[in-house]
Design a protein around this ligand. Structure first.
Ligand code: GLN
Length: 294
């Protein structure tokens, strides 16, 4: 660990090789993120500061960060941050760490929303919003849309609220606490675009999950019953209880689940089209259902 005579670069090399030998995935980029966090600087600034002496007064704090990573904790929980759709989001163990696939869901819904509501002002509602990435990103990208996010977890909503504040959209996002579609049904809110990336991992897959996920991420955000389909089934069952069926429904789904989710949607309402959006690995990752135009 850093001594009085070490440069930042030497501390970087030392920590990367220490974590690398322990088998930590992408050790060097984790160390970069941890150093940026410790020194409060951007990646570019970090590279500029490589030849500086490592600040001795930060040596203990640095040791603690590296030890947390060595114990398998996701780097995002250590730094408290993850980027999503070009914006930095605060995260904590109360919420799922945003995944890059979900950016494609946001992309698809921004596109469909602009196409179907050319005058603007559709209401988009995100169910199980976690850190609030979807409502905050949409509110940021579409200043004329109305946006809501809900979660059963009060701790998640607190995180989502602070992310909305951070990105200057707090006044434009409504946060609702409650189970799946209940808060919308109770308040007679009719979303035009309903989106959700619900927990969808089959319960039995728990032992097969990477320890980084299994031991640190909230299980309520991960698991969706025996087949992983419970939350889709319940949400789709609640659709007819909304003031009207949303014009667009967009779900993120797990591997091999797209067809089953599409079948549930087909059984619940008439759709003009239901299509799948593949992720960057070619897995059908999102199901987008669009109502017939009147
Ligand atoms: N909507 C949040 C996300 O996509 C949380 C999802 C979840 O907790 N299952 O990251």
């Amino acid at each position: 660990m850093p001594t009085a005579s070490m440069t930042i670069r030497e501390a970087y090399v030392e920590a990367s090789s220490f974590l690398g030998k322990l088998g930590v995935a992408e050790a060097a980029s984790c160390v970069e993120l941890l150093l940026q966090h410790l020194l409060g600087c951007s990646r570019t600034e970090l590279l500029f500061r490589f030849q500086e002496q490592f600040p001795v007064e930060l040596a203990d704090a640095w040791r603690q960060l590296v030890e947390r990573k060595a114990a398998g904790e996701p780097v995002q929980y250590i730094t408290g941050e993850q980027d999503f759709y070009g914006l930095p989001f605060a995260v904590s163990p109360a919420v799922l760490i945003p995944r890059p696939e979900t950016e494609l869901l946001v992309e698809a819904l921004l596109h469909e929303g602009s196409r179907l509501f050319p005058q603007g002002a559709p209401l988009l509602a995100d169910v199980g919003t976690g850190s609030g990435i979807i409502p905050v990103t949409v509110a940021h990208a579409r200043p004329d849309w109305r946006v809501a996010g809900s979660d059963i977890s009060a701790a998640a909503l607190e995180m989502a609220r602070s992310n909305a504040q951070r990105h200057g959209v707090a006044a434009r996002v409504e946060w609702l606490e409650g189970d799946l579609l209940e808060p919308y049904i109770q308040r007679r809110i009719a979303p035009d675009i309903l989106v959700s990336n619900p927990p969808y991992i089959p319960d039995g897959d728990l032992p097969a999950l990477m320890p980084e996920v299994r031991l640190f991420e909230p299980h309520t955000a991960l698991f969706g019953g025996v087949e992983g389909l419970d939350l889709y089934r319940r949400m789709i069952g609640q659709l007819p209880l909304l003031p009207r069926i949303p014009t667009v429904v967009g779900f993120e789904v797990g591997i091999g689940q797209a067809e089953a989710v599409a079948a549930m949607l087909r059984a619940a309402a008439d759709w003009e089209q239901i299509r799948f959006v593949p992720d960057l690995q070619g897995i059908d990752r999102h199901v987008i259902a669009i109502r017939p135009s009147k």
